[in-house]
Design a protein around this ligand. Structure first.
Ligand code: 5GP
Length: 201
């Protein structure tokens, strides 16, 4: 059985990573979502083990000590981490694992998983991004300003990614990401077993 791929979707806060991710998961049966651990408190409607694994500071420290994270980092004074075992087991089972993560974390994943497909999701413009953050109504004004400043820094790291997708509409963004996944599956290095079989026959 072919192994799955790790698909990393990163981008500044408010760009719509979560919405694009959910749409992709609905449309593509083979995609599995990586669920992160976090020390932040659940927001209304968030469910343990589905939105995140919500951890205390101490529990998060234990996960770090036990090397359970593929990457972890502090984002806005809270910590977030990608669960290593979950990602590796699903890839071995042939599933494509979708990781929606901040830019800082994505770059760390590239370090430990060089084959990961790195997609930067960008807003059509910066005013558009701030409007989305305000509409979301989940952060204070101070936090929105902080996320906006960070966004500019994150966008400047786009050249470390394999692909850029502008989230002008969810439909367009999803279609482009689906094309990227299809093309990646056709890469010659992913077909080496098939090529060997043809030659041997
Ligand atoms: P939120 O608190 O709004 O759910 O997420 C805040 C930020 O943390 C988002 O940019 C989100 O993508 C990022 N994030 C979520 N999970 C992880 C993770 O496992 N690792 C890292 N580095 N960032 C994450």
């Amino acid at each position: 059985m072919d192994k799955g791929m790790l698909i990393v979707i990163a981008g500044p806060s408010g760009v719509g990573k979560g919405t694009v991710k959910n749409e992709l998961l609905q449309r593509n049966e083979n995609l599995v979502e990586s669920i992160s651990a976090t020390t932040r408190k659940p927001r209304a409607g968030e469910v343990e083990g589905i939105s995140y694994y919500f951890k205390s500071e101490g529990e998060f420290d234990d996960l770090i000590i036990d090397n359970m994270f593929l990457e972890y980092c502090g984002v806005f004074e809270r910590r977030y981490g990608t669960m290593r075992e979950f990602v590796e087991e699903n890839i071995d089972l042939g599933h494509d694992v979708l990781l929606e993560i901040d830019v800082q974390g994505a770059l760390k994943v590239r370090g430990s998983k060089p084959n990961a497909i790195m997609i930067m999701l960008l807003p059509p413009s910066l005013p558009d991004l701030i409007e989305r953050l305000q509409k979301r109504n989940t952060e204070t004004e101070v936090e929105i300003n902080r996320r906006f400043s960070k966004a500019k820094m994150e966008i400047s790291q786009t050249n470390c990614f394999d692909y850029v997708v502008v989230n002008d509409t969810i439909e367009n963004a999803c279609k482009k990401i689906e094309l990227i996944i299809k093309a990646e599956k056709l890469r010659s290095e992913r077909s080496s077993d098939f090529v060997t079989k043809i030659i041997e026959n």
